[in-house]
Design a protein around this ligand. Structure first.
Ligand code: ADP
Ligand code: MG
Ligand code: MG
Length: 358
């Protein structure tokens, strides 16, 4: 692998930063790509080494993100989109990807005066973030979803995720099934969720989706704490809004991190759920179909369940996909997400009432 200073020098040269000694340091808390702030004498840009295990085709990822970026820019020029837009920066030779010995890099406009968070600490923040994801969805209403590449095929295909789980369980290559027998039985008891999902998807429109509406993919303004930009277009693909809604519920509602062991506190905070609904539905009010709105609660169930299932699958598989930082980490994550899913089920009548209000 290359020295960091050599990477910085090459990127600085290619992206025209014109600096003798550019400085490159990690920024943010992303889990997929390697994200750095590259500071030259005159300006700073964000550079990202793309994770080619997760994204085997970086060209498609960049084409998707740039198509969306251009659409949002047109909307912004017409006064129909008010958030900052993360623009890709070309190299001096007008390329958007740079191949170095250590991997594939791109550069993005740096949004200064901003910060991102991993856990939502207030209903105001949740509403601001959900509203920004709603404005993003609204601005893409007239963007043809099918023009996007499927950068990760079957990303939210629960039936496929269940198949993969069953195959991995049958192999039990690391002899771990006995250690998570209760979790296996529990998740198998919920597989009808996939049929419910398949039925609902037939009645709602395919949309261009963000597909990673975590709170960490929102930039907040350091001064006002309002949403400044939706970031991380890596998984923008044709999809369904219930997944974007459900992933907000999954990542905003619990006061605990997704690998927290404090399961008693892994709950759906109702005031945060309300804030998500309020923030997200408002910009989409004229656009959402009735069935689509009715599908949101299913999204709130499917997302924690599906990611829990994926954690459990990876645990059985010997931790090949999600990076682990301690023994049984993926099993702990699975338990956490199943707990959150159970709390959505327990609060279903209440959450349904909240959804009906907006
Ligand atoms: P990943 O795909 O690994 O999640 P992200 O694109 O979400 O990577 O970036 C990781 C973090 O880097 C973000 O949560 C944010 O804190 C920071 N970041 C990314 N892009 C920008 C940007 N254009 N301006 C400022 N900060 C950024
Ligand atoms: Mg991210
Ligand atoms: Mg990403």
């Amino acid at each position: 692998s290359m020295e960091k200073s050599a990477v910085a020098a090459q990127l600085s040269q290619q992206f025209g930063l014109e600096s003798v000694q550019p400085v490159m340091n990690p920024i943010g808390n992303g889990h997929i790509n390697t994200t750095m702030l590259l500071k030259g004498d005159k300006r700073a840009v964000v550079v990202q080494k793309l994770n080619t295990d997760v994204f085997p085709n970086p060209e498609h990822l960049v084409e998707n993100a740039r198509a969306i970026e251009q659409h949002l820019t047109e909307k912004a020029n017409n006064g129909e989109y008010r958030l900052n837009i993360i623009k890709h920066l070309p190299t001096l030779e007008n390329n958007y990807l740079v191949n170095l010995n250590d991997g594939v890099w791109r550069a993005l406009e740096f949004i200064g005066g901003s910060y991102s968070e991993d856990i939502v600490d207030s209903a105001d923040k949740a509403q601001a973030a959900a509203n920004a994801f709603g404005l993003f969805a609204k601005a893409l209403e007239d963007f043809e979803a099918r023009q996007l590449h499927h950068v990760i095929p079957d990303f939210h295909n629960l039936a496929k995720r269940i198949d993969t789980f069953e195959q991995t369980l049958a192999k039990d290559s690391h002899g771990r099934a006995a250690k998570c027998a209760a979790e296996i039985v529990f998740c198998q008891s919920q597989f009808s969720l996939a049929d419910e999902l398949q039925t609902i998807l037939k009645s709602i429109p395919l949309r261009p989706c963000h597909n990673d509406t975590k709170i960490n993919n929102m930039l907040f303004c350091s001064k006002t704490n309002q949403s400044k930009a939706v970031i991380d277009m890596d998984t923008c693909m044709p999809g369904y809004w219930l997944f974007d809604f459900g992933d907000m519920v999954r990542t905003f509602c619990s006061p605990e991190a997704e690998d927290s062991l404090n399961l008693d506190n892994v709950i759906v905070r109702e005031e945060i759920f309300s804030a998500i609904v309020k923030g997200y539905v408002e910009p989409l009010a004229d656009t959402l179909t009735e069935q689509e709105k009715q599908s949101f609660l299913l999204g709130a169930k499917v997302m924690p369940f599906m990611i829990g299932l994926r954690f459990l699958t990876d645990y059985l598989d010997g931790d090949n996909y999600f990076a682990i930082h301690r023994a049984d980490h993926n099993l702990q994550r699975a338990r956490n997400q199943f707990k959150l899913y159970q709390d959505v089920l327990a609060k279903e009548p209440l959450l349904t009432r909240i959804l009906a209000k907006y």
